[in-house]
Design a protein around this ligand. Structure first.
Ligand code: FPP
Length: 243
Protein backbone atom coordinates (compact mmCIF):
# COMPACT_ATOMS: atom_id res chain seq x y z
CA UNK A 1 0.00 0.00 0.00
CA UNK A 2 2.52 2.57 1.23
CA UNK A 3 5.03 1.60 -1.43
CA UNK A 4 2.75 3.08 -4.10
CA UNK A 5 3.26 6.60 -2.83
CA UNK A 6 7.01 6.42 -2.36
CA UNK A 7 8.78 8.27 -5.17
CA UNK A 8 11.28 5.66 -6.37
CA UNK A 9 13.35 8.42 -7.98
CA UNK A 10 13.90 10.28 -4.74
CA UNK A 11 14.98 7.57 -2.32
CA UNK A 12 17.49 8.92 0.25
CA UNK A 13 20.91 7.40 -0.37
CA UNK A 14 21.81 7.36 3.30
CA UNK A 15 19.42 6.85 6.22
CA UNK A 16 20.64 7.09 9.82
CA UNK A 17 18.59 5.63 12.64
CA UNK A 18 18.55 6.09 16.41
CA UNK A 19 17.00 2.81 17.54
CA UNK A 20 15.45 4.05 20.77
CA UNK A 21 12.92 2.52 23.15
CA UNK A 22 14.20 -1.04 23.58
CA UNK A 23 14.17 -0.75 27.36
CA UNK A 24 10.67 0.75 27.54
CA UNK A 25 9.37 -1.87 25.09
CA UNK A 26 10.67 -4.64 27.37
CA UNK A 27 9.45 -2.95 30.54
CA UNK A 28 5.94 -2.59 29.12
CA UNK A 29 5.94 -6.37 28.71
CA UNK A 30 7.37 -7.09 32.15
CA UNK A 31 10.59 -8.36 30.57
CA UNK A 32 14.25 -7.54 31.32
CA UNK A 33 15.74 -4.67 29.27
CA UNK A 34 18.05 -7.07 27.41
CA UNK A 35 15.01 -8.75 25.84
CA UNK A 36 14.23 -5.40 24.23
CA UNK A 37 17.77 -5.14 22.87
CA UNK A 38 17.61 -8.71 21.56
CA UNK A 39 14.39 -8.00 19.72
CA UNK A 40 16.03 -4.74 18.59
CA UNK A 41 18.79 -6.64 16.83
CA UNK A 42 16.23 -8.79 14.97
CA UNK A 43 14.43 -5.64 13.86
CA UNK A 44 17.75 -4.03 12.81
CA UNK A 45 18.40 -7.02 10.54
CA UNK A 46 14.90 -6.87 9.03
CA UNK A 47 15.26 -3.15 8.42
CA UNK A 48 18.67 -3.69 6.78
CA UNK A 49 17.01 -6.08 4.31
CA UNK A 50 14.11 -3.67 3.80
CA UNK A 51 16.45 -0.72 3.23
CA UNK A 52 18.36 -2.63 0.54
CA UNK A 53 15.03 -3.63 -1.09
CA UNK A 54 13.84 -0.03 -1.16
CA UNK A 55 17.04 1.15 -2.84
CA UNK A 56 18.71 2.92 0.08
CA UNK A 57 22.50 2.59 -0.28
CA UNK A 58 23.73 3.33 3.25
CA UNK A 59 22.11 2.59 6.59
CA UNK A 60 23.74 3.81 9.81
CA UNK A 61 22.37 2.37 13.03
CA UNK A 62 23.47 3.39 16.49
CA UNK A 63 24.07 0.31 18.61
CA UNK A 64 26.25 1.76 21.41
CA UNK A 65 27.02 5.36 22.24
CA UNK A 66 30.02 6.83 24.06
CA UNK A 67 27.51 7.66 26.82
CA UNK A 68 26.22 4.07 27.10
CA UNK A 69 29.25 3.22 29.30
CA UNK A 70 27.20 4.84 32.08
CA UNK A 71 24.67 1.98 31.98
CA UNK A 72 24.74 -0.92 34.46
CA UNK A 73 27.66 -3.33 33.79
CA UNK A 74 25.36 -6.23 32.91
CA UNK A 75 23.61 -4.15 30.23
CA UNK A 76 26.98 -3.03 28.81
CA UNK A 77 28.21 -6.61 28.57
CA UNK A 78 24.85 -7.65 27.10
CA UNK A 79 25.17 -5.04 24.34
CA UNK A 80 28.79 -6.11 23.68
CA UNK A 81 27.54 -9.71 23.48
CA UNK A 82 24.92 -8.72 20.90
CA UNK A 83 27.58 -7.08 18.75
CA UNK A 84 29.76 -10.20 19.03
CA UNK A 85 26.81 -12.39 18.07
CA UNK A 86 25.92 -10.20 15.07
CA UNK A 87 29.52 -10.09 13.85
CA UNK A 88 29.76 -13.88 14.12
CA UNK A 89 26.35 -15.42 13.40
CA UNK A 90 25.17 -12.95 10.76
CA UNK A 91 28.45 -12.18 9.00
CA UNK A 92 28.08 -14.88 6.34
CA UNK A 93 24.58 -13.70 5.46
CA UNK A 94 25.79 -10.09 5.17
CA UNK A 95 28.75 -11.12 3.05
CA UNK A 96 26.76 -13.42 0.74
CA UNK A 97 24.28 -10.60 0.16
CA UNK A 98 26.94 -8.11 -0.85
CA UNK A 99 26.71 -6.02 2.32
CA UNK A 100 29.75 -3.94 3.20
CA UNK A 101 29.93 -3.60 6.94
CA UNK A 102 31.59 -0.66 8.66
CA UNK A 103 31.82 -0.05 12.37
CA UNK A 104 31.95 3.65 13.20
CA UNK A 105 33.32 4.81 16.52
CA UNK A 106 36.19 4.86 18.94
CA UNK A 107 38.29 1.76 19.61
CA UNK A 108 39.04 3.08 23.09
CA UNK A 109 37.71 0.88 25.92
CA UNK A 110 36.72 -1.95 23.55
CA UNK A 111 38.35 -5.27 24.47
CA UNK A 112 40.68 -7.24 22.20
CA UNK A 113 38.05 -9.81 21.19
CA UNK A 114 35.59 -7.09 20.15
CA UNK A 115 38.28 -5.31 18.11
CA UNK A 116 39.27 -8.56 16.39
CA UNK A 117 35.65 -9.34 15.44
CA UNK A 118 35.16 -5.80 14.11
CA UNK A 119 38.39 -5.86 12.10
CA UNK A 120 37.59 -9.28 10.64
CA UNK A 121 34.05 -8.32 9.58
CA UNK A 122 35.13 -4.99 8.10
CA UNK A 123 38.01 -6.58 6.17
CA UNK A 124 35.95 -9.53 4.90
CA UNK A 125 33.21 -7.30 3.48
CA UNK A 126 35.32 -4.34 2.34
CA UNK A 127 34.85 -4.98 -1.39
CA UNK A 128 31.08 -5.56 -1.24
CA UNK A 129 29.06 -2.95 -3.09
CA UNK A 130 25.36 -3.94 -2.96
CA UNK A 131 24.58 -2.29 0.36
CA UNK A 132 26.41 -0.47 3.15
CA UNK A 133 25.56 -1.17 6.76
CA UNK A 134 27.30 1.10 9.24
CA UNK A 135 27.05 0.10 12.86
CA UNK A 136 27.83 3.08 15.09
CA UNK A 137 29.37 1.42 18.11
CA UNK A 138 31.15 3.27 20.90
CA UNK A 139 30.20 6.25 18.78
CA UNK A 140 29.64 9.85 19.82
CA UNK A 141 29.33 12.82 17.48
CA UNK A 142 31.58 15.05 19.57
CA UNK A 143 34.15 12.31 19.92
CA UNK A 144 34.11 11.94 16.12
CA UNK A 145 34.78 15.67 15.66
CA UNK A 146 37.53 15.68 18.29
CA UNK A 147 39.35 12.70 16.79
CA UNK A 148 39.18 14.37 13.36
CA UNK A 149 40.58 17.61 14.81
CA UNK A 150 43.36 15.63 16.50
CA UNK A 151 44.26 13.82 13.26
CA UNK A 152 44.49 17.11 11.38
CA UNK A 153 46.43 18.82 14.20
CA UNK A 154 49.01 16.02 14.08
CA UNK A 155 49.43 16.54 10.33
CA UNK A 156 49.96 20.25 10.92
CA UNK A 157 52.48 19.47 13.67
CA UNK A 158 54.37 17.14 11.32
CA UNK A 159 54.44 19.90 8.69
CA UNK A 160 52.34 17.84 6.25
CA UNK A 161 49.44 20.28 6.33
CA UNK A 162 48.97 24.05 6.58
CA UNK A 163 46.16 25.29 8.90
CA UNK A 164 44.65 27.24 5.99
CA UNK A 165 44.34 24.05 3.97
CA UNK A 166 41.78 22.68 6.43
CA UNK A 167 38.38 22.91 4.78
CA UNK A 168 35.03 21.12 5.01
CA UNK A 169 36.02 18.34 2.60
CA UNK A 170 39.25 17.57 4.42
CA UNK A 171 37.48 17.65 7.76
CA UNK A 172 34.77 15.28 6.48
CA UNK A 173 37.44 12.88 5.25
CA UNK A 174 38.92 12.76 8.75
CA UNK A 175 35.68 11.65 10.39
CA UNK A 176 34.76 8.02 11.09
CA UNK A 177 32.33 8.31 8.15
CA UNK A 178 35.14 8.99 5.64
CA UNK A 179 33.95 8.01 2.15
CA UNK A 180 30.28 7.82 3.19
CA UNK A 181 27.88 10.51 1.94
CA UNK A 182 26.09 12.58 4.60
CA UNK A 183 22.68 11.18 5.59
CA UNK A 184 19.65 12.77 3.95
CA UNK A 185 17.29 11.32 6.55
CA UNK A 186 17.48 10.63 10.28
CA UNK A 187 14.82 8.52 11.97
CA UNK A 188 14.54 8.40 15.75
CA UNK A 189 12.01 6.10 17.36
CA UNK A 190 10.25 6.25 20.75
CA UNK A 191 9.15 9.87 20.61
CA UNK A 192 12.40 11.41 21.90
CA UNK A 193 13.00 14.67 20.06
CA UNK A 194 16.77 14.93 20.36
CA UNK A 195 19.94 14.16 18.38
CA UNK A 196 21.74 12.99 21.55
CA UNK A 197 25.29 13.39 20.21
CA UNK A 198 24.72 11.23 17.11
CA UNK A 199 26.51 12.04 13.84
CA UNK A 200 26.59 15.80 14.39
CA UNK A 201 28.82 17.25 11.66
CA UNK A 202 27.33 14.95 9.03
CA UNK A 203 23.75 15.89 9.91
CA UNK A 204 24.08 19.59 9.08
CA UNK A 205 21.37 19.30 6.39
CA UNK A 206 19.69 16.04 7.35
CA UNK A 207 15.89 15.88 7.44
CA UNK A 208 14.65 14.43 10.72
CA UNK A 209 11.67 12.19 11.30
CA UNK A 210 10.67 11.36 14.86
CA UNK A 211 8.15 8.60 15.42
CA UNK A 212 6.37 7.30 18.51
CA UNK A 213 6.94 3.59 17.90
CA UNK A 214 9.51 1.85 20.11
CA UNK A 215 12.35 0.38 18.04
CA UNK A 216 11.38 -3.29 18.59
CA UNK A 217 8.00 -2.53 16.95
CA UNK A 218 9.51 -0.64 13.98
CA UNK A 219 8.59 -2.13 10.57
CA UNK A 220 9.39 -1.70 6.90
CA UNK A 221 6.11 0.20 6.65
CA UNK A 222 7.38 2.73 9.23
CA UNK A 223 10.53 3.13 7.16
CA UNK A 224 8.48 3.76 4.03
CA UNK A 225 6.32 6.30 5.87
CA UNK A 226 9.45 8.14 7.04
CA UNK A 227 10.74 8.22 3.45
CA UNK A 228 7.42 9.62 2.23
CA UNK A 229 7.62 12.28 4.94
CA UNK A 230 11.19 13.10 3.85
CA UNK A 231 10.11 13.32 0.21
CA UNK A 232 7.58 15.99 1.09
CA UNK A 233 10.18 18.27 2.70
CA UNK A 234 11.54 21.29 0.87
CA UNK A 235 15.31 20.88 1.12
CA UNK A 236 16.79 24.32 0.52
CA UNK A 237 20.37 24.06 1.83
CA UNK A 238 20.29 27.81 2.59
CA UNK A 239 18.93 28.73 -0.84
CA UNK A 240 15.42 29.92 -1.70
CA UNK A 241 12.66 27.40 -2.29
CA UNK A 242 12.68 25.46 -5.56
CA UNK A 243 9.01 24.46 -5.14
C1 FPP B 1 18.16 2.52 22.91
O1 FPP B 1 17.17 1.91 23.67
C2 FPP B 1 18.99 1.54 22.28
C3 FPP B 1 20.30 1.31 22.56
C4 FPP B 1 21.07 2.02 23.59
C5 FPP B 1 21.06 0.31 21.85
C6 FPP B 1 20.41 -0.24 20.63
C7 FPP B 1 20.98 -1.56 20.47
C8 FPP B 1 20.46 -2.55 19.75
C9 FPP B 1 19.23 -2.47 18.90
C10 FPP B 1 21.14 -3.85 19.82
C11 FPP B 1 22.55 -3.82 19.31
C12 FPP B 1 22.59 -3.90 17.84
C13 FPP B 1 23.57 -4.49 17.14
C14 FPP B 1 23.48 -4.52 15.66
C15 FPP B 1 24.73 -5.13 17.79
P1 FPP B 1 17.16 2.22 25.22
O2 FPP B 1 17.85 1.10 25.90
O3 FPP B 1 17.73 3.56 25.48
O4 FPP B 1 15.63 2.18 25.51
P2 FPP B 1 14.88 3.06 26.59
O5 FPP B 1 15.12 4.50 26.23
O6 FPP B 1 13.47 2.65 26.40
O7 FPP B 1 15.44 2.69 27.93
Amino acid sequence: MEEKVVDKNAIPRHVAIIMDGNGRWAKARGMPRMMGHRKGVEVAKEITRAAADIGIEYLTIWAFSTENWRRPPEEISGLMGLLHHTLKADLTEFHENGVRLRVLGSRKNLDQKTLELIDHAVKLTQNNTRFNLNIAFNYGGRDDIIQAARTLAKKVQEGALQPDEINEDLFSESLYTCGIPDPELLIRTSNELRISNYILWQMAYTEMVFIETYWPDFTKDDLLKAIIDYQQRDRRFGKVSSK
